[in-house]
Design a protein around this ligand. Structure first.
Ligand code: ZN
Length: 94
């Protein structure tokens, strides 16, 4: 199970209170929500298109630095980095 599914399942379990004890301290909930939000924030950021980093000769993924194209060729149909899954903004109007 990946950490995003884990975070989502934990939230669902808390909402439904499947733990059975029916009682959570405010401090526990505060920590719980903070860490769940942090984990899910990663997903949101990855799904939000980021502009490619352009160097003199290349365009690179803004998250993992993988080369996506050389500077003369754009691949605007490539919406996600095949290496890390980052959503990409080629900055090209169509
Ligand atoms: Zn990447």
């Amino acid at each position: 199970m990946n950490k995003y599914k884990e975070a989502l399942d934990e939230i669902k379990n808390i909402v439904l209170d499947k733990s059975g004890d029916g009682y959570r301290t405010a401090k526990y909930l505060q920590n719980f929500y903070y860490s769940s939000c942090e984990t899910l924030q990663e997903l949101v950021e990855r799904a939000t298109p980021k502009k490619l980093v352009t160097t003199r000769h290349t365009r690179r993924c803004p998250s993992c630095n993988r080369q996506m194209s050389d500077i003369n060729n754009a691949h605007p149909n490539m919406k996600f980095c095949p290496n890390c899954g980052q959503a990409l903004d080629w900055g090209i109007k169509r």
